[in-house]
Design a protein around this ligand. Structure first.
Ligand code: ZN
Length: 444
C-alpha cells in the first residue's frame, strides 16, 4: 500500500516555511509525496488514526558511522579523548568485512527508524577484508530508509605520520577510482531520490592535502556532495596549526572544501571568522552533541552558527562514541547542551526539532524533505503522546522536553516502515542475533 490518510492528529508540527502547527488535521500520502493537508480529508488508501499523536516530518541524520554499532562501549575506548579513542578502536575495525558492514548497518538504521529518522547519511571510511560501500547501501534499501552514504577514506598511515594503522589505509588512486564506481552505480540526483552518494575523506589528519583537493574536484565534476570531520576538539586544532600552519577553516577553504555542496561534522571549535566563512559560503554543519559530550570535545557554537545563518543539521555520530543511535534523544541533547553554554533561552524545543528535520534536510541539499507541505516527500513520523513519558504535558514541545523517544509509526516515500513501534521491513530479532554473533567473534 502506497496511499495513506493520516487522520485527526492532535498536532502536526509541519516545519513548513511558516512553521504552521495544525490541530485535528489530516495528511494524505500518495505516490511518494504529501498530496494534501487539511481538516476532514476524504479517507483514501489505508487510514491511520493519529488521535493522541504528534506528527512531525521524519527526522534527518547528517552524520553517522553505521559500522560502529558493533563497537559500542568498548573497554579502553570508554573514557578516552578522540585520538586515544581512535587508536583503541582501529585494530578492532581492521578485522571487519562485508558481513560486519551489512549487519551493523541494519542495526544502526533500524535504531534510527525506530527513533523517527527517515533520511540518514553515513560516513564509511575504512574498507578492510573486502568490505564495500555497497554493503551498507543494500542494508538501507532493505530497511527502506532514504540514504546518503558517503565513500570515506584514509590514506596516511602510522608509517607516514598519520593516526590510523597502515593496514586500514588505501592508495589514493584506488580511493578515487572506487568513489567514481559507487557514484556511477548508485547516485540518483532526481527529486525524491532514495540514494545519493557523497565523497568523504575521513579527516584532515588521515588523508593528504592532495586527496582533499582531488576529492573536491571529483565531487564537483560528478555533482555530488563533500563531507568530512572538521575542528572536532582542541587536539584537532593543534594538529592543523602544527601540520598545515593554519586553522581548519582556512585549510578547508584553501582546498575547495567550502560551499553549499559541503558539510562538515562536529565543528566544535570553529571561531567567529570560521562561522562567518561557513555562513557566507553556505557550508553546512552536522552537529553531534552526544558524541561531543562523550568524548569531552566541547560544546559546538550552534547558537552563534544559527544566528549567523549557517546551515546546521543533527547527527548521532558513530555508535562507538555516543553510544546510542536515537535521533530523537539527540535532538533533546542538542537543546540541553546549548542551554548549558548560553542559558535557558538559548534553544527552544521547537528550534531543536527544526534542526533535526528541515535543518538536516537543508544541510543535505534535500529541500524536498524535512517538512510537511504539499508536494514534499512523504517522510512522516507519528509519535504517540498518550504514554507515560508525556502524561501531563501541556504542549507538543513535550516531545523533546519529555518524550517519547520512539515513534509509533514511520513513513518513508509514502511507504510504511514502522507500525505500532515495530519495524515492518526486517526481522529485527534475527538481525540482533546476527549482531551478537559478530560481536562474539570480534571479542574472541
Ligand atoms: Zn564521525
Amino acid at each position: 500500500m502506497t496511499e495513506f490518510t493520516i487522520k485527526n492528529a492532535d498536532t502536526i508540527l509541519t516545519m513548513d516555511d511558516d512553521r504552521r502547527e495544525l490541530h485535528g488535521a489530516d495528511i494524505h500520502l500518495k505516490n511518494g509525496v504529501i498530496a494534501e493537508i487539511g481538516h476532514h480529508l476524504p479517507e483514501r488508501g489505508e487510514v491511520v488514526l493519529a488521535t493522541g499523536c504528534v506528527v512531525t516530518p521524519g527526522l534527518v541524520n547528517t552524520h553517522h558511522h553505521l559500522y560502529q554499532t558493533l563497537t559500542r562501549a568498548v573497554p579502553g575506548g570508554q573514557d578516552a579523548l578522540l585520538f586515544g579513542w581512535l587508536q583503541t578502536l582501529y585494530p578492532i575495525w581492521s578485522r571487519f568485512g562485508p558481513e560486519e558492514m551489512r549487519i551493523s548497518a541494519l542495526i544502526g538504521l533500524a535504531e534510527l527508524a525506530l527513533s523517527g529518522c527517515t533520511l540518514s547519511s553515513d560516513h564509511l571510511y575504512l574498507y578492510p577484508n573486502g568490505a564495500r560501500l555497497d554493503d551498507t547501501i543494500e542494508a538501507a534499501a532493505e530497511i527502506g530508509l532514504r540514504f546518503h552514504p558517503t565513500r570515506g577514506s584514509m590514506s596516511i598511515g602510522e608509517s607516514d605520520g598519520g593516526l590510523p594503522p597502515d593496514s586500514l589505509v588505501e592508495r589514493e588512486a584506488d580511493i578515487l577510482n572506487d568513489c567514481i564506481r559507487v557514484i556511477d552505480r548508485f547516485h540518483d540526483a532526481s527529486e525524491g531520490s532514495m540514494c545519493r552518494v557523497g565523497v568523504a575523506p575521513c579527516s584532515p589528519f588521515s588523508v593528504s592535502r592532495e586527496l582533499m583537493r582531488d576529492a573536491a574536484l571529483l565531487a564537483r565534476d560528478k555533482g555530488v556532495m563533500l563531507h568530512t570531520h572538521l575542528a572536532e576538539n582542541d587536539e584537532d586544532i593543534a594538529y592543523s596549526l602544527e601540520k598545515f600552519g593554519c586553522r581548519p577553516g582556512q585549510y578547508a577553504e584553501d582546498l575547495g572544501w567550502t560551499g553549499s555542496d559541503v558539510w562538515h561534522a562536529h565543528c566544535v571549535k570553529l571561531d567567529g571568522q570560521e562561522i562567518d566563512l561557513f555562513a557566507r559560503s553556505r557550508t553546512g554543519v552536522a552537529h553531534c552533541p552526544c558524541s561531543n559530550c562523550r568524548l569531552g570535545s566541547g560544546i559546538a557554537p550552534v547558537r552563534a552558527m544559527r544566528d549567523a545563518g549557517v546551515k546546521v543539521g543533527l547527527g548521532v555520530d558513530g555508535s562507538a562514541s555516543n553510544d546510542s543511535g536515537n535521533l530523537a534523544a539527540e535532538a533533546r541533547q542538542a537543546m540541553l547542551l546549548q542551554r548549558v553554554a548560553k542559558g535557558a533561552d538559548a534553544m527552544s524545543a521547537r528550534e531543536a526539532l527544526e534542526i533535526a528535520t528541515r535543518g538536516g534536510a537543508d544541510v543535505l541539499n534535500r529541500p524536498d524533505c524535512g517538512r510537511i507541505a504539499t508536494g514534499k516527500r512523504a517522510d512522516i513520523a507519528i509519535w504517540d503522546v498518550t504514554g507515560i513519558e508525556s502524561a501531563g504535558s501541556w504542549d507538543p514541545a513535550a516531545l523533546l522536553l519529555a518524550g517519547p523517544v520512539k515513534v509509533r509509526d514511520l513513513f518513508v516515500e509514502a511507504r510504511q516502515v514502522v507500525r505500532g513501534g515495530d519495524l515492518l521491513t526486517i526481522q529485527l530479532d534475527s538481525v540482533i542475533a546476527a549482531q551478537h554473533r559478530l560481536v562474539s567473534r570480534l571479542m574472541a
